[in-house]
Each structure stands twice: as C-alpha cells, then as structure tokens.
Design a protein around this ligand. Structure first.
Ligand code: NAD
Length: 478
C-alpha cells in the first residue's frame, strides 16, 4: 500500500495549525508592526537529495533541515526518519522548536530535520552509511554545526544515529575542538549525558506533577487529588511514551489503562506493568495477546476509551474535529508534537478539556539536550569538580553532630549526608526545575490576561514575548 495514502487530510495543515495558534496568541500582544510575521516565518529550508550505493544499485534519498528562527544560536531540533515526512511537516516542527526553546528558557533557535525513509527496510550498516552521507550533506551547508545547528533524536532515530552523526561530523571537521557538540542525544560513552534518553518522557511526568500541584487547575479539569490512581491512556510505546508510562506508574502510582501503537490499541482495566509490556513486546514483536488486555484493532478508537488523562506520544494529527468530541479524558498531555489539530483543539477547549500543550509538555528532551551541549562545550562531566567536596562536607556535618550530641549519627543518616550528587541527579533536578518554572510562567499569563483563553495560547504568548524581546534587543534592522 502507498503509505502516503494513509495520511489523513488534516496532516496537510499541520503548519496551518501551528500558524493559526501563533496568530491568535500574537493578536493578544502589542508588538511593533510586522514583527510577529518575522517571528512566525521559517527562515530557511534546505532540501537535499543524495545517492548511496546499496545492494548493488544507487538509491536516492530525500531529506530536509528547516531553520525556523535564529534569534538565538545554535538552532536546535530533532531529525526524524520516517516513510511519511515532508517539507511542510519539518517546517511546522521547526517552528514548534523555536517556541518550545523560548518557553523553557533554553537559549536556542528552532530547527528540525527529516529523512524520507522507512528505517525497518534497511540493515544497520546500510542505515549507518545513509546517516553518514546525510550528515555530510547537511554539514557542508552548516545545517549541522556545534555553533549553528544541533540536531537530536526524534521519531525513528536514537542514540545510535546520533553517534554516527557525531563521528561523521568529526571526520569532516577534525580541527573543530567542539565537534562533539554538533549533535545531542549521543550514547553516554560517546559524549552523551545521563538522563537524555528518558528526558522527554521524564519531562511529561514533571509537567503532569506540576499541574497536579495546583488544585485550582485540577478542579478546572473536573478532577481532584494527585496523580495517584489516575487512569491514563498513552498513544505510542516508543522512547517518549515508554518512559512517561514507566515513571508515572512506578513513581506516581498512576495507572496506564490503555496503550496504542501502530498495530492497534490495548486496554487493561487494572493497569499495565510497563516493563512487563516492554518485555512481552520484545519477545512477541507486538503487545497483542498481553495477558488481561483487550485488543482494539483500530488504534485511534482506543483514544476515545474512558480515562482521566490522555497522553498522545506518537504522531501529529491524531485528534481531529472528527474524533475530538468523543475523547473522554479530562486532561491531555501532548507528549508528541502536534497530536491535536487546531480545529480539534477548539472543540476540546470548549468542552473543558485541559490541554498541556506540546511546546511545553514535551520540552524535556530539548532541555536535557541543552545540558548535554553545555557539557560537550565545557569538556567536563557535570559534578566532577565538586563530588568529593560534597562527600567531605557531609562527613564534617555528621562528625560535628556527633561531637555536639555525643551520640552516633545513624548509618542511614550519615549515608544520606555524605552522598554526593552525580550527573543524573543534576540533570533530573535541572529538568524538574525547568518544567515547574515554565508551567508557572504559562499559568500566570493565563490567569492574568483575560484575552488568553487556554494554556496553549498562554504558552505561545510566553514564547512570542521572549523571542520578540530578543529580536528587539539585538536590533532587527542591522
Ligand atoms: P519513537 O519512534 O521512539 O516511537 C514512536 C511510537 O509511535 C512507536 O511506539 C510507534 O509504534 C508509534 N506509532 C507510529 N505510528 C502510529 C500510529 N499510526 N498510531 C499509533 N502509534 C503509532 O518516537 P519518539 O521519539 O517516542 O517520539 C514520539 C513523539 O514525541 C513524536 O511526535 C516526536 O516528535 C515527539 N518528541 C520526541 C522527542 C524525543 O526526545 N524523542 C522530543 C520531543 C518530542
């Protein structure tokens, strides 16, 4: 089957959706004439076609890298490998990256890349050759560069592809001491950072935790209490979905009652044990037949099942005007980029569904990518200088307590006092702080400005204000 025929029509308007939301948010601001058009416009897109000799023939691949906003450099955004990707989609995703970085105060502009390929059709060594050639083509034109444009993983790519990109770039520019910072999401043994693989899912968890710290917001959604016991349906079981589901069940006692992947939906009233599902899928190639679960052949139908929270974590355009009113969740956390079309967004908001928008909810990945980039530029692991000092201080405090009280400090307390923070602790702390601060900035705008109707518009307002300030301060006309 031609996979493109499977694209619903609404996909064509992904960029339209992003721009319409932008326009609504910009209309609530008093910006100098023309500035919002400049912020909204995609600055440049590079389309490349390149041949790779595979299985005795030349195959031509098509890829894109869009640079949306360069108010801060480098620009940042993932590279996806998918059999359905096009220039418009990459431009829409690049725009979202500009807004996302501004919302979570990460000093990057927005970019995104895509390669039209079904990775499942290729062997690992073939994918490596394709990735190296794609890197070479993009780097030639500065669409990969530690100071100008830094990709990261997205759908269909992960640490393995990022390691190939870094190595290809280093080979091309051996004199660049910062070459390793040309891409983030690398394996930890090759300059990556602990906590990056889990970061986007972890960020979704932190976003939901922060939402539930505000009883007024929870009440507005028609819910009460904490995340504990909340029934969640998640679409996707890839990097983002798996980690979000795992942390929400293990650390917040939420229940994942539905999982939807490309093969269909799986419902389990008593809640899935996420690592058992992952192990089952590894063994059987699919979640179908997982004990105590019901299979729903048409995956999108399972989005409409009973739950408190829905986490679309797969693809864009999944909730449209066609199915929006049948969605039962009170809260939707957009882990994927653009899973709700603009028309569906209006219908959902009108019926009181609270939406944690993608530009905020899935910003964990780029936040930790920022930490990785800083680590690569500083050429030192976070925590390396202070670790033993932390331990020594802890010992001194414990010793002082013993001297003052003439009692032995219990071993468990001494252990806690002398524990030094490592890279993962610092990354999680920085990510948690980022997600909390950003949510509070967004809700402040929502609560203080009568013309701002929802969290998504508020998030865009926050982004546009920050980008506008940056443009105006740097002097646009020069
Ligand atoms: P992934 O490739 O690891 O997983 C994608 C998942 O989507 C898979 O489980 C697949 O089965 C599922 N899927 C594909 N087609 C589907 C369909 N038609 N119906 C239901 N499920 C389907 O990708 P990922 O990295 O987890 O990314 C998921 C989403 O999160 C994307 O929108 C991506 O842009 C966004 N995102 C990812 C990151 C990141 O760090 N990886 C960061 C920010 C946003």
């Amino acid at each position: 089957m031609d996979k493109r025929a499977a694209i619903p029509n609404h996909k064509e308007s992904f960029i339209g959706s992003v721009n319409r939301i932008f326009d609504r948010a910009a209309a609530t601001l008093d910006l100098p004439p023309g500035l919002s058009e400049q912020i909204k416009a995609c600055n440049s897109v590079y389309q490349v076609r390149f041949p790779v000799k595979l299985r005795g023939e030349y195959r031509t691949f098509t890829g894109w890298r869009a640079v949306h906003s360069e108010h801060r450099l480098p620009t940042k955004g993932g590279i996806r490998y998918a059999s359905v990707v096009n220039q418009e989609e990459v431009e829409a995703l690049a725009a979202l990256m500009s807004y996302k970085c501004a919302i979570v105060d990460v000093p990057f502009g927005g970019s995104k890349g895509g390669l039209l390929i079904d990775p499942n059709e290729y062997e690992e060594d073939e994918l490596e050759r394709i990735t190296r050639r794609f890197t070479h083509e993009l780097a030639k034109k500065d669409y990969i560069s530690p100071s100008l444009n830094v990709p990261a993983p997205d759908v269909g790519t992960g640490p393995r592809e990022m390691a190939w990109i870094a190595d290809a770039f280093r080979t091309q520019f051996p004199g660049d001491i910062n070459a390793n910072a040309c891409v983030t999401g690398k394996p930890t043994t090759l300059g990556g950072i602990n906590g990056r693989v889990e970061a986007t899912g972890r960020g979704v968890q932190y976003a939901l935790q922060e939402f539930f710290r505000h009883p007024d917001d929870v009440k507005k959604a028609g819910l009460e209490g904490s995340l504990a016991g909340k029934r969640i349906i998640i679409q996707g079981f890839g990097n983002v979905a798996y980690h979000a589901a795992k942390f929400l069940t293990l650390e917040d006692d939420a229940k994942i009652v539905g999982i939807i992947d490309s093969k269909g939906g799986y419902l389990c009233d008593k809640g899935f044990v996420i690592d058992s599902v992952a192990a089952y899928r590894k063994e059987n190639g699919s979640i179908e037949g997982f004990p105590d679960s019901t299979f729903v052949e048409e995956g999108r139908k399972a989005l409409e099942a009973e739950c408190d929270i829905l986490i679309p974590a797969a693809l864009e355009g999944q909730i449209t005007k066609e199915n929006a009113l049948r969605i039962k969740a009170s809260v939707i956390a957009e882990a994927a980029n653009g899973p709700i079309t603009d028309e569906a967004d209006k219908l959902l908001s009108a019926k009181g569904t609270v939406i944690l928008p993608d530009a905020y909810a899935n910003a964990g990945g780029v936040t930790v990518s920022y930490f990785e980039w800083i680590k690569n530029l500083s050429h030192i692991r976070f925590g390396r200088l202070g670790r033993r000092l932390d331990e020594m201080r802890g010992q001194e405090i414990a010793n002082a307590l013993e001297a003052m009280t003439e009692k032995e400090v219990p071993a468990s307390i001494r252990k806690r006092l002398t524990k030094s923070v490592d890279e993962l602790d610092l990354v999680r702390s920085g990510l948690d702080d980022t997600m909390r601060d950003a949510y509070n900035e967004i809700r402040e705008i929502l609560n203080a400005r009568p013309h701002v109707p929802d969290l998504r518009t508020a998030a865009y307002v926050l982004a546009i204000e920050k980008i506008a300030k940056s443009y105006l301060k740097s002097g646009l006309s020069h």
